[in-house]
Design a protein around this ligand. Structure first.
Ligand SMILES: C[S@@+](CC[C@H](N)C(=O)[O-])C[C@H]1O[C@@H](n2cnc3c(N)ncnc32)[C@H](O)[C@@H]1O
Ligand code: SF4
Ligand code: SF4
Length: 357
């Protein structure tokens, strides 16, 4: 019986990897909307809403997502380590067979280290060296992130860094990439997204159009020089060719861009279990409630957003991977060989040494 179940799940996994099937491969789940930071550029508004699913509800939703074929699960928020049962969430997700990544500001890593060891990757948010980083993310944010990274690295956890690009940190990219080299952590660099709840942001100097172009060229150059830039060169070239600096999304597919797979191969789940086609469309009336309808029904009822292309590298990279573009695979494979594989070999050497004792 167990073998049959495994075979069925394997078949679902194969189906979700195929580009045109109605079966999602990637889910981003905001486990809580609550946060202990107030980064000026934050994509959400993480101050008041503390509602979140309990562990039974989370198990129900994650089980449904696995049945649909989701294999790659990103845990984020708010600050995901503020979820009252985050250790249990990680355990459920890993036991269900997801490849699990978690994005954190680093503050609570020491309290959850044992659970975090089960992750496939742990991403820290660092935008610059200490001074500029703290201007962007708040006083003490750099130290919190570095302390968390050190603990996680010592615990053998595979690391990544997420860097948000504004005019404030364009001269800081080498510093972050050197940190990436030191911690064997690929760095995802993305210009700031719009705020999903439409809040006005003060003091965030966004990068668009002409001023962004040389920065994108520089990122490509740094990647070619061997710095650990996570996304492919082609992704950054596409961002550089974005046709209208006045908008972030367009209703038509931009020439040369991959097909948008939001709502098909990639979905977003809110802290209360509402499914949306895309993190950047995570507001009513787009959502479908997984707890009321069941996960499969919620997925079938999802509507397509009104956009077909957007200018954010992480989205472009998702779309390229899910539609089997070679450049995205090549870039991910290089990251795997350079960072993940040595880490896996090192971990298995530790396990072998520990079990030989
Ligand atoms: C929303 S946060 C949630 C996880 C956690 N609180 C953290 O900061 O790592 C996930 C990632 O999105 C990034 N982020 C937040 N607001 C953004 C924005 N407006 N544009 C681009 N990335 C953003 C953060 O820096 C972080 O790396
Ligand atoms: S970016 Fe992360 S840490 Fe900063 S306010 Fe948003 S959710 Fe909190
Ligand atoms: S183009 Fe796709 S990924 Fe980008 S914002 Fe629109 S729905 Fe989301």
């Amino acid at each position: 019986m167990a073998r049959l179940k495994k075979l069925v799940q394997n078949a679902r996994d194969v189906r979700s990897v195929l580009p045109h099937t109605s079966s999602p491969l990637i889910a981003l789940y905001n486990v809580t909307e609550w946060c202990n930071y107030r980064c000026g550029y934050c994509v959400g508004s993480y101050y008041a809403d503390r509602d979140m699913m309990d562990l039974d509800q989370i198990r129900e939703v994650l089980t449904g997502l696995r049945r649909l074929g989701v294999k790659l699960l990103g845990l984020a928020g708010g600050e995901p380590l503020l979820h009252r049962d985050i250790d249990g969430v990680i355990e459920i997700a890993k036991d269900l067979g997801f490849v699990v990544g978690l994005n954190t500001n680093g503050t609570l890593v020491s309290r959850h280290l044992e659970a975090l060891k089960r992750l496939d990757s742990l991403t820290f948010s660092i935008d610059a060296s200490a001074e500029v980083n703290d201007q962007m993310r708040g006083k003490g944010a750099y130290k919190d992130a570095i302390n968390g990274m050190k603990l996680a690295a010592e615990a053998g956890i595979s690391l990544q860094i997420n860097t948000v690009l504004t005019r404030d940190n364009i001269d800081e990219l080498e510093a972050v990439l050197k940190l990436g080299q030191e911690y064997k952590a690929p760095v995802s660099i993305s210009p700031v997204f719009e705020n999903v709840v439409g809040q006005e942001r003060e003091g965030v100097d966004e990068l668009h159009g002409d001023p962004l172009a040389p920065v994108l060229e520089k990122i490509i150059r740094l990647k070619e020089q061997g710095y650990p830039v996570r996304f492919s060169k082609k992704t950054y070239e596409r961002v550089a060719n974005w046709p209208d600096p006045a908008v972030d999304k367009l209703p038509e597919r931009v020439e040369g861009y991959p097909r948008c797979v939001a709502g098909q191969k990639y979905i977003f789940i809110s802290a209360m279990g509402v499914m949306y086609p895309c993190a950047l469309h995570s507001q009513p009336p787009m959502g479908q409630d997984c707890l009321k309808m069941g996960v499969e029904e919620a997925y079938r009822a999802l509507e397509r957003p009104q956009c077909e292309s957007c200018r954010w590298p992480c989205m472009i990279e998702f779309h390229s991977m899910c539609t089997w573009e070679l450049d995205a695979f090549r870039s991910q494979f290089t990251n795997f060989l350079q960072y993940r594989l040595p880490h896996m070999l090192q971990s298995s050497a530790w396990v072998a040494a520990a079990s030989a004792k």
